[in-house]
Design a protein around this ligand. Structure first.
Ligand code: KIV
Length: 268
């Protein structure tokens, strides 16, 4: 039996029924296919692309063209999962017109079903404008990686009472502006629980504890493919770095020793 595709309204129903939402990032066709076949609700084409695929120090250098390209690769593989594409740094900060044009590209060219961008009350006009033209928006508050320089590093947000109140206010404003869900990144568990309770749209946590409506991880963290550092909230489900390094070493050794290829591995 064909499993039903995930839609934006379905995600809100999931929250209402108390069903958890699974989200994982992907950036290319083969991994997106595996993730889709595993039954993930959402595949996020994150701008973490800059760090885990491109080897940059932050997400800031990622461009719109790169996001469109990687969203195309992922969308081609996603049969069931909802594809959400990140809007990179400076693709929505300049003007409403630019925001609409860039979000539109991610749907028209990238074939995403929704976009995500970072920020609180100050981006609500963007959320409203996109919602009015039926581009669903996933919001993202807390530790917002595009604000790395303002935050002075990747630091947990919302520990102070004023900051926590502001984040709760941001979350409510984003819901009112039309966001269909909201990523809560790097905030205390109790604050994430409070925000989750206050909203009717699903919260998706990363480093925000177990009380969110769903969870997202970066695929390279989960697979042990990104090893430069490991945040506390990451659970490694595999060690593909060791598996790949071993395969590369054995291939290299077989080529040098003449064990690869054999006669049978060629054409007669
Ligand atoms: O870019 C990304 O992958 C993200 C997730 C970490 C939420 O924004």
């Amino acid at each position: 039996m064909k499993t039903q595709s995930i839609t934006v309204p379905r995600l809100k129903q999931k929250k209402a029924k108390g069903e958890k939402i699974s989200v994982l990032t992907a950036y290319d066709f083969p991994f997106a296919k595996l993730i889709d076949e595993a039954g993930m609700d959402i595949i996020l084409v994150g701008d973490t692309l800059g760090i885990v695929v491109q080897g940059e120090e932050s997400t800031l250098p990622v461009t719109m063209d790169q996001m469109v390209y990687h969203t195309q690769l992922v969308s081609r593989a996603a049969k069931r999962s909802l594809v959400v594409a990140d809007m990179p740094f400076m693709s929505y900060q300049c003007s409403l017109e630019e925001t609409l044009k860039n979000a539109g590209r991610l749907l028209k060219e990238g074939r995403a079903a929704a976009v995500k961008f970072e920020g609180g009350a100050h981006v609500c006009d963007r959320v409203e404008a996109l919602s009015q033209v039926d581009i669903p928006v996933m919001a993202h508050i807390g530790l917002t990686p595009q604000s790395v320089h303002r935050m002075g590093g990747y630091k947990v947000q919302g520990r102070e009472i004023d900051q926590a109140k502001a984040l709760l206010g941001d979350a409510k404003d984003l819901e009112s502006a039309g966001a269909f869900s909201i990523v809560l990144e790097g905030i205390p568990n109790a604050l994430a629980a409070e925000i989750t309770k206050a909203l009717t749209i699903p919260t998706i946590g990363i480093g925000a504890g177990p009380h969110c409506d769903g969870q997202v991880l970066v695929m390279h963290d989960l697979l042990g493919l990104f090893t430069r550092f490991q945040p506390k909230f990451v659970r490694r489900y595999a060690d593909l770095t060791t598996i790949a390094a071993d395969a590369f070493a054995r291939y290299q050794s077989d080529v040098l020793s003449g064990k690869f290829p054999t006669e049978e591995e060629g054409y007669q």
